[in-house]
Design a protein around this ligand. Sequence first.
Ligand SMILES: [Zn+2]
Length: 463
Amino acid sequence: MSLHLYDTATRAVRPFEPLRPGVVSLYNCGATVQWYPHIGHLRGAGVVYDVLRRWLAHSGYEVVHVRNVTDIDDKILSKAAEAGRQWWEWATTHERAFSDAYDTLGCLRPSIEPRATGHIPQIIGMIAELIEAGKAYSAAGDVYFAVRSDADYGFLSGQRLGEMQQGESEGAGKKDAADFTMWKAAKPGEPFWESPWGPGRPGWHIECSAMARNYLGADFDIHGGGLDLIFPHHENEAAQSHGVGDGFARYWMHSHWVTMSGEKMSKSLGNVLSLPAITEHTKPIALRYYLLSVHYRSSIEYSRKALDDAAKALAGIEGFLQRVADRVGKVGHGDLPPAFVEAMDDDLGVPRALAVVHDRVRVGNAALAAGDHGAALTEAAQIRGMLAVLGLDPFEAPWVNAGSDDGLHAATDKLIAQLLADRATARAAKDFATADSIRNALAQAGFAIEDTVDGPIWSVTNP
Ligand SMILES: [Zn+2]
């Protein structure tokens, strides 16, 4: 089996074939940088596409990855104005918050992160082409896409003309309620760019059509985003790009959202589920594991318990790798088990792939308990290989600075070995008070001690 992906446009799982051999072009819609990210954004625009990208790279493809930044928008303007700040400062502040959050969750940086405001000439050029082709019209300084000029409109979302809402305020010159805005005439005090239709700024959808074409060409492989982008955003992007004769995306991927008590994330929930609020109690690698533990096409119902369970499951994997590293030696990256490859090729079946990881941990722990260090090392290497593909290898950046702990681990090792030797001496002398006090002191400092056939080993319990 080779990679198969579910395609929203054809509503089927299809074998993936890139347009150009060896190269995959991927565009996923990034944030409208009006506020700080919550974990729903970080799943839908971050970790899901990061795993796709890592899996494509592992499968031998070079990946050209574009993730845009929407840095001009009604909400950015109104929130900046409310806060008494410049719109560009507001947008930059929140763009940086998103960048930091993606880094914190171990997402590889895209090949490019283009901003809408950096592509006004390309946007104006595309709008002009659409007017020329009879697909768009200008009225009172605005420009609208004429939805009825596109016979395929609705192919992606299944929306029917007459039933749909573009979710934008009605402009005076709009001829049909189904039409949507590509260029907005500037209101007094708003930022603007000069255009053939007068001063104004781009609408949301046109930026992605123009930037995808600019960086990936008229046709590209995969277009992704969150489920809520299917309509109107992606339907409208496709209408514009098809309107100028571009083939646009060949596969459409949509990731589901994070819910809490069955509700899609709102701003108040967003604050509860912001990255700083979660990383106060959970390590970022555990949050990443949690966000990947549910298939990308299913919603995640957030609960603290589910997050804690995920953190425990990850700790079990990390504990095994650390034991092997401490007792057997350096763990390399092994080949991927066929069951793991099969799960990933089946529309990125990460939950099934993680089940394979846990199977190998069980086998590895049994080998370790039986003193079979060779078998334990082989299992550990396979596990590291699998985790690396998922961006969850605890021995790799950003989770550790391998080799740069200034000897702290080795020094801790010696100190704990001495304490454990003292405890063993005390027990041998039946001085249980001293033995218990040593054990309690270690526990209070956050060390868990486990007795094994090879003697006691330590690990750090979750903070
Ligand atoms: Zn987009």
